[in-house]
Ligand binder design. Structure first.
Ligand SMILES: *Cc1c(COP(=O)(O)O)cnc(C)c1O
Length: 753
């Protein structure tokens, strides 16, 4: 027997063949935890605390096995007993602790920190249901709770607790920990806080619950609906639970390691991931003042310890809270925030940089920039826009604080785990070094003229498309044509990401095919996206895509050439199936609006070509691969910013002048769509496109159609050249490893260890 067989059957107390997958999963979870513990390492110098409302970690078993070097042993052991790794993975629920790119970034970062052997823990919340589970009924999104905590999860309850005062009442935050082991690296922790009193039984009618019953509801859901006061207050309660318990944990650990708190920054580097954890600043100041450090020094200590990452320029996404909300939830912080506001005003005689504005609204990002030592954007273009427009007032005040850290993804999950066939092939060509040093992918450039290599690459893509097709058949009972081009747009549903532009293209193609203008190759347009429960237009877009999908499927003239597949409940597990199967990656946000994107990087790494605007990290992808190996279209960010600046965009003019646009927009409420769709939803979307179109879909429509059809023609016309360009994309993806991103954070901001 192999060691793994002995360990597994020993744990299960029976032969592996007679174990259920549930039993094997539980056994492996414990074996992995024991192995992970062996890689805990003492912390010398400075330790990172990455505070984030979200950690979209995905399933952990396979990833942990890979990082511990046990994956092949386990796989062989299971197969020797007639069991499959794929079915074993089904036994694990996906932890539901994040929403989208920001949360996934935090998860990639934890992997890279541990892989680079740096000391660094995450701090967040242990949501019981996290983000909702999505399914479709009557062509509409339905939301239900995602109960992922089933007893066999990775978060270990500890006996550490911290008192947290919410609205003047004391609560007890309990610490849970998930071990995070790097690839051939050390083990760190993801620290998650929760209350013992949470009661899942108060959830009713989908995801409704009494929003005022803090004791029972505080950590039930990530981003509870904030369309009313109670929901908004609940978000502040959650944020304070996270930062207060987190700040106490940080101070406790630093004291244990010998800090006298005056030197806190020699022991801790705190990264504030977007504005949700911003209250950690006044909370730390409060705690330090409780320890008899004077206010001025406390402010200095905290400023030197903390750094802030900005993730958006969308005004509505920059958090600001009416002061009276804070007075209700965290009265203990309000005098501190007021003093910080005074300090900020004395440093800059500019109301635009005030923390508390003239309407008594508290701007969290402003507090972050004044009272941390670093503000970073997440892609080169994003950082430039922050410096030159959105945060220009601050940039002029503190030019030295601003820096860029282009996002990245962990290749362990987004290549090794999700695409084992491609990983093995790359390894056969250039050896295994790329797994830890992503820049070595450049060695693949030597094979771009090797026909045999290109054919194998094409065969791998075909296998991955077949695997996605099988999964779709088995989970959603849809059949897709694997000889078609797979174009995938998977990301949160948001108007700035412009799923509606893709929708208009698909309607356009419907008309073209009806008129006998066939594309060069059949197209399968795959979507995966959740809409925030209160985001009406986003839900209308989902509705339109689902209805259109049926209109096309029921029309045999069109369905041979065009199919729309909307994957239910897009999450990390789904992403891992979709991304390796993609030919064309849709990254079509309105230029200037997508801070970075990381989906774009995952697709590139897995050999998809990008169809995108010059936005976020698409710009850096375009730089890396060159114009011939990417499909760029649309307005530039400066054109867009100018249009917003002079208010010159009138959607209606584009609609009236351009017959193709008019035809596509009108179709939304034509008889075909209304036969299965709702006139309320479709009419509202149509109205929005004609009368508002805030994210300037219509000006980019024609360029998008031309570029996308060019891609279809290239794919059909010269498959070998397509494979060559895919290989070039893979070979240039090294820069987008989160190992590189983390090394930069460490070098410029954290200085760990
Ligand atoms: C990577 C990822 C995202 C982010 O995608 P973008 O295209 O960058 O918005 C969102 N959700 C999941 C599940 C992901 O894996």
């Amino acid at each position: 027997m192999t060691e793994m067989e002995i360990a597994l059957s020993g744990y299960c107390k029976k032969d592996i063949t007679s174990c259920t997958y549930e039993e094997l999963y539980t056994a492996l979870l414990h074996i992995v935890e024991a192995e992970s513990r062996k890689r805990l390492a003492p912390v010398k110098g400075r330790k990172l605390y990455y505070i984030s409302a979200e950690f979209l970690i995905g399933k952990l078993l396979s990833n942990n096995l890979i990082n511990l070097g046990l994956y092949d042993d386990v796989k062989a052991c299971l197969e020797a007993h007639g069991k499959s790794m794929a079915e074993l993975e089904e036994a694990e629920p996906e932890p539901s602790l994040g929403n989208g790119g920001l949360g996934r970034l935090a998860a990639c970062f934890l992997d890279s920190v541990a892989t680079l052997n740096l000391p660094g823990d995450g701090i967040g919340l242990r949501y019981h249901c996290g983000l909702f589970h999505q399914n479709f009924a009557d062509n509409l999104q339905n939301e239900t709770p995602d109960f992922w905590l089933g007893g066999h999860d990775w978060a270990r309850k500890t006996d550490k607790t911290y008192p947290v005062s919410l609205a003047g009442k004391d609560y007890t935050a309990r610490l849970y920990q998930i071990a995070v082991t790097g690839y051939e690296g050390r083990t760190n922790y993801l620290n998650l806080f929760d209350l013992d009193t949470i009661d899942q039984s108060i959830i009713r009618d989908g995801i409704q619950f009494d929003k005022t019953d803090i004791e029972k509801n505080l950590t039930l859901f990530l981003y509870p609906d904030d369309s009313d006061d109670a929901g908004r207050l609940l978000r502040i309660y959650q944020q304070y639970l996270m930062v207060s318990a987190g700040a106490q944990l940080i101070l406790e650990e630093c004291l244990e390691r010998g800090s006298n708190l005056h030197d806190l920054y020699d022991y801790a580097a705190i990264q504030i991931n977007d504005t949700h954890p911003s209250m950690v600043i006044p909370e730390l100041i409060r705690l330090l003042c409780d320890k008899k450090i004077d206010f001025k020094e406390a402010v200095e200590i905290v400023t030197k310890t903390c750094a802030y990452t900005n993730h958006t320029i969308l005004a509505e996404a920059l958090e600001k809270w009416p002061k009276h909300y804070l007075e209700k939830v965290v009265p203990q912080l309000v005098p501190i925030i007021e003093k910080l506001d005074k300090l900020a005003r004395s440093q800059a005689n500019d109301p635009a940089t005030a923390i508390i504005d003239s309407n008594n609204v508290v701007h969290m990002a402003h507090m972050d920039i004044h009272f941390t030592h670093s503000t970073n954007g997440v892609a080169a273009l994003h950082t430039e826009i922050l410096k030159n427009s959105e945060l220009n007032h601050f940039y002029r005040l503190y030019p030295e604080k601003f820096n860029n850290k282009t996002n990245g993804i962990t290749f362990r999950r987004w290549l090794l785990k999700c695409n084992p066939e491609l990983t093995a092939f790359i390894e056969s060509l250039i050896g295994p070094g790329f797994k830890k040093d992503a820049s070595r992918l450049e060695k693949l450039a030597a094979f771009t003229e090797d026909e045999n290599v290109l054919k194998q690459l094409t065969a791998i893509k075909r296998d991955n498309k077949a695997a996605l097709a099988d999964w779709l058949k088995h989970t959603q009972n849809v059949t897709v044509n694997t000889d078609s081009l797979f174009a995938i747009q998977s990301k949160r549903l948001h108007e700035y990401k412009r799923q509606q532009l893709n929708l208009l293209y698909l309607i356009h193609q419907y008309f073209e095919i009806k008129a006998g203008h066939m594309p060069q190759v059949p197209l399968t347009a795959v979507f995966g996206a959740k809409a925030a429960p209160a985001y009406t237009i986003a839900k209308d877009i989902i509705h339109a895509l689902l209805v259109l999908s049926k209109v096309i499927a029921e029309d045999p003239d069109v369905s041979r050439w065009l199919q729309i597949v909307f994957i239910e409940n897009y999450n990390v597990t789904a992403a891992e199936k979709m991304i390796p199967a993609c030919d064309l990656s849709e990254q079509i946000s309105l230029a200037s609006k997508e801070a970075s994107g990381t989906g774009n990087m995952k697709f590139m790494l897995n050999g998809a070509l990008t169809l995108g605007t010059m936005d976020g990290a698409n710009v850096e992808i375009a730089d890396a691969v060159g114009d011939d190996n990417i499909y760029i279209f649309g307005q530039s960010s400066s054109q867009v910013i100018r249009r917003y600046g002079n208010g010159s965009y009138v959607a209606r003019e584009w609609y009236e002048i351009d017959p193709n646009i008019r035809r596509a927009v009108n179709f939304l409420t034509g008889k075909e769509m209304l036969s299965g769709g709702s006139s309320e939803h479709l009419g509202r979307l149509q109205n929005e496109l004609i009368h508002k179109d805030w994210f300037q879909t219509l000006p980019d429509f024609n360029a998008y159609v031309v570029r996308k059809n060019q891609a279809l023609a290239d794919y059909a016309g010269n498959p070998l050249n397509w494979a060559k360009r895919a290989l070039i994309n893979i070979s240039r993806a090294g820069f987008f490893s989160s190992d590189r991103t983390i090394a930069e954070y460490d070098q410029d901001i954290w200085h760990l260890g």
